[in-house]
Ligand binder design. Structure first.
Ligand code: SAM
Length: 216
């Protein structure tokens, strides 16, 4: 909120945000189970006490600083969003995790679907073949954050909805997946992350991608 208050009105074209919808890992100290062939181990992540579920003031500020928004987890907030929805189908079979995640947007009034497999080691192939499992597990994205979203999801959002030269904002950067997609697609991004450990992890992940030579 301190950063948002300093930004001028419509200083960003598109905000793609994924705020926490529970008050932090002090309530959910772990996420998921790492299943090996011999045992099920609890997978622990860094604990932060600083998470704050967004309130009306946050959404008001977000709508002020960005012309368009995509807000993940909209079904968890009381805020009255416009009708546009984006559904990410995780293609995760009979998993006990949610089948889909839902975002609210003011980019359009309809409902759009993006299928991309995201279920532990089972990850989609690419943005066009998201229902098909990536055959080579070595190419899978390494997960550094309990609620990490795939780079492919952000790649699809940016390719589908952002125009060349748009400035992008993410107020809850997490693992930095959005920053990697922005890097490859040439979008300017400002990302904010309150947790030092996640910030450092995201920074390393982004730098690793920036070191990979590209054809362009
Ligand atoms: C749902 S996660 C975002 C995950 C991200 N989309 C990804 O793909 O990795 C929410 C993130 O918001 C951060 N956070 C919580 N409260 C915050 C605040 N007030 N300001 C900035 N970041 C915050 C948390 O530390 C967490 O990393």
């Amino acid at each position: 909120m301190n950063v948002l208050r300093e930004l001028t009105t419509h200083s960003f074209d598109l905000a793609i945000v994924d705020p926490p919808y529970f008050s932090g890992p002090e309530r959910r100290r772990f996420y998921g189970n790492a299943i090996s062939t011999t045992s099920i181990q609890r997978r622990d992540y860094p604990v932060s006490e600083k998470w704050k579920v967004p309130d009306e003031e946050y959404f008001k500020e977000l709508e002020r600083v960005a012309r368009y928004f995509i807000v993940w987890g909209c079904n968890y907030y009381i805020h009255q969003f416009p009708p546009g929805r984006i559904i990410w189908d995780k293609c995760n079979g009979n998993s006990s995790f949610s089948d889909c995640e839902i975002a609210a947007t003011n980019l359009f009034d309809s409902v759009r679907l993006f299928p991309f497999m995201w279920n532990g080691m089972l990850q989609g192939k690419n943005i066009y073949e998201g229902r098909i499992m990536q055959g080579n597990k070595k190419k899978n994205e390494v997960r550094i954050h309990p609620t990490q979203k795939p780079v492919a999801l952000y790649e699809w959002l940016l390719k589908t909805y952002a125009k060349k030269g748009w400035k992008i904002l993410d107020t809850h950067l997490g693992s930095g997946s959005i920053a990697i997609a922005c890097h490859y697609l040439g979008f300017h991004l400002m990302g904010i992350e309150i947790d030092k450990q996640y910030y450092e992890g995201a920074r390393k992940r982004i730098l690793d991608h920036q070191r990979i030579p590209t054809l362009f």
